[in-house]
Design a protein around this ligand. Structure first.
Ligand code: NAD
Length: 443
C-alpha cells in the first residue's frame, strides 16, 4: 500500500509545509538490493576497549571500507564506537567527544553503533557506565534523522570475534527499519560456529517458514532463498495457490497444513526428515489476530490466536528438537510483535500470545545445545494486508509514531530474520529485536 503522505512531503509544496509547520518528514529509506555491497560509503571506527583494534579487520572481511581517523569535513555512512573501555561514568564524555563533531558529517540513512559490555557481567562504576550507554544510544536513534539508525551492541567478554554477521546487518540497509535496539552477542556461545560468505550465507541450508504464502512470511521466504537457502513454505490449504507459486519461483518446497492441527508437528517433522534430511532454520511466522475487548472476547477468539501464534510454534519446536531434526548450528526464530511489549486495546489475546513468544525465546535460549539458537523479531507497524485493513486514522497514527515517521516493509522483518539465520550468528542467542523504526510505544 502506498504512503500518500510520504509521497506528498517529497513534492515542493510538501517540503515547504514540512519546513514551516514542523510536520513529520519521512525520508525514503535505503534498502538492500541483492548483489550490492553491504555499505556504500565509509564507516569510521573509534573508541577504546576490547574491540577497537579488530573492528577494521571485521569490516574488511565484509568488504566494508573503514577509517580510524575520521575527519568532520568528510561524509560517513556509519560510525562504530567501542565503549567497552569505559569503566566509570565520568568517562562517558568520550561519547559526546566522538559522536558530537561527526553528527553533521553523516550521509542519509547512516548507521551508528555503540559497542559495550553487558552491564550484568560487570560491577560497580563500570556497570553504571555500561548501563548508561542504553539511554545515550536510544536518544541518538531519535536524533540522527534522515533515515539514520543507532543501536547498542553488548558484546560478552570473549565474543569479540563473533560480531561480524551482526555488524554486517546493522551497518547495511538490511537494518533499514531497526533502530534504538539493544542487542546482546555472546551470552551463550562466544564464537561463530561457522564463518560464512556474507553474500550467500545460507547456501546448502534448509529453512522452514510458516505462513509463507503472503505478507511478511512471503518476504522471509524470498530473502532466505536469496541468501542461498532451500525454503520449505508452510501455509493453510486455502492459501495453496499462492504458496505453490512462490515456492516454485524460489526453487523450494511446500507443505499445506494448519499448524494448529493435532498432527501438524509430526507431519512437518516427517516431511523435513524424508524430503530434506532435517532442517537448519525454523521461522515461526504464521500468525492471526481476532481483536475484541476482553469483555466481549469469546473463547474461540482467545484460543485460536493463542493456538496459532504461541502453542503451535512451541509444539512444532518441541517435536523437531525431540526428533533431533534441527541440525547443529540450527536456528529457531519467532515472530513476536510490539503489541506483546506495549499491549494494545482489543488485543489481550494477541498481546498475550506475542509476549508468550518472547517467553518462548527466554525459556529456550539457555537450554539449546550444539550451536542452535533461538531469537525473535518484534515488528512494529508493517505495511501488509493486515495493516491495510485498519481504519484510516489508526493507520496514520501507527505509521507516524516512530523515529522514521513511516511504516516498515515486510522485507525489513525478513532481513532481520536472515541475520539471525546466518550460520555466523551462533553467538546471537536469546534476543528479541524490534523492527519498528524506533516506535514510541513500548519503548
Ligand atoms: P498475514 O495475515 O498477511 O499472513 C499470515 C500468513 O499466515 C497467511 O498466509 C496465513 O494463511 C498464514 N496462517 C495463518 N494461520 C495459519 C495456520 N493455522 N496454519 C498455517 N498458516 C497459517 O500476516 P502478516 O502481516 O504477514 O504477519 C506475519 C506475522 O507477523 C504474524 O505472526 C503477525 O502476528 C506478525 N506481525 C505482523 C505485523 C504487521 O504490522 N503486519 C506486526 C507485528 C507482528
Amino acid at each position: 500500500m502506498t504512503d500518500r503522505y510520504q509521497d506528498f512531503v517529497s513534492s515542493p509544496l510538501g517540503r515547504l509545509l514540512v519546513k514551516n509547520l514542523g510536520l513529520p518528514n519521512p525520508v525514503k529509506l535505503e534498502r538492500y538490493a541483492a548483489g550490492s555491497p553491504l555499505v556504500t560509503g565509509t564507516v569510521a571506527v573509534g573508541g577504546s576497549g576490547r574491540l577497537v583494534d579488530q573492528l577494521p579487520g571485521v569490516l574488511k572481511a565484509l568488504d566494508i571500507e573503514s577509517t580510524e581517523a575520521p575527519d568532520p569535513a568528510h561524509r560517513y555512512k556509519g560510525l562504530v564506537f567501542d565503549a567497552t573501555g569505559l569503566t566509570d561514568p565520568t568517562q562517558l564524555v568520550a561519547l559526546r567527544n566522538y559522536f558530537g563533531p561527526l553528527m553533521r558529517s553523516l550521509e542519509t540513512c547512516s548507521r551508528l553503533v555503540v559497542v559495550g559490555t553487558p552491564p550484568e557481567q560487570v560491577k560497580g562504576a563500570e556497570r553504571i557506565a555500561q548501563r548508561a550507554l542504553e539511554g545515550f544510544t536510544r536518544s541518538l536513534g531519535k536524533e540522527v534523522g534522515r533515515g539514520g539508525t543507532a543501536q547498542l551492541l553488548y558484546v560478552t567478554e570473549g565474543a569479540e570475534s563473533a560480531v561480524g554477521s551482526t555488524l554486517g546487518f546493522l551497518l547495511s540497509p538490511k537494518s533499514a527499519y531497526v533502530s534504538g535496539q539493544v542487542i546482546r552477542v555472546g551470552t551463550t556461545a562466544k564464537e561463530p560456529a561457522e564463518t560464512s560468505d556474507w553474500q550467500r550465507p545460507l547456501a546448502g541450508k534448509v529453512a522452514l517458514v510458516t505462513g509463507a504464502a503472503r505478507g511478511i512470511g512471503e518476504q522471509i521466504a524470498r530473502v532466505l532463498a536469496r541468501d542461498g537457502a532451500t525454503v520449505v513454505g508452510v501455509d493453510v490449504p486455502q492459501a495453496a495457490d499462492d504458496l505453490i507459486r512462490l515456492t516454485k519461483e524460489l526453487d523450494g518446497d511446500y507443505l499445506t497444513l494448519d499448524i494448529t492441527a493435532q498432527d501438524a508437528p509430526k507431519r512437518i517433522a516427517q516431511h523435513l526428515s524424508q524430503a530434506h534430511g532435517g532442517v537448519d532454520v525454523v521461522v515461526h511466522n504464521a500468525g492471526i489476530t481476532r481483536d475484541k475487548k476482553l469483555a466481549n472476547m469469546d473463547e474461540a477468539r482467545w484460543s485460536s490466536v493463542l493456538g496459532v501464534n504461541l502453542v503451535a510454534p512451541e509444539r512444532i519446536t518441541d517435536e523437531l528438537l525431540a526428533q533431533k531434526l534441527i541440525h547443529d548450528n540450527g536456528r529457531i526464530i519467532g515472530v513476536a510483535s510490539i503489541a506483546g511489549i506495549a499491549g494494545n486495546l482489543g488485543q489481550t489475546n494477541y498481546a498475550a500470545s506475542k509476549a508468550g513468544v518472547i517467553g518462548f525465546v527466554d525459556a529456550l535460549a539457555s537450554t539449546l545445545k550444539k550451536g542452535i539458537t533461538v531469537n525473535a523479531v518484534a515488528p512494529g507497524f508493517i505495511e501488509t494486508k493486515m495493516t491495510a485493513a485498519m481504519p484510516f486514522a489508526s493507520r496514520e497514527v501507527g505509521r507516524r509514531l516512530n523515529a522514521m515517521s513511516q511504516a516498515g516493509l515486510p522485507v525489513d522483518v525478513a532481513e532481520t530474520v536472515a541475520w539471525y539465520a546466518d550460520p555466523a550468528s551462533t553467538a546471537v542467542n536469546g534476543n528479541v529485536v524490534r523492527v519498528c523504526g524506533q516506535m514510541m510505544l513500548g519503548a
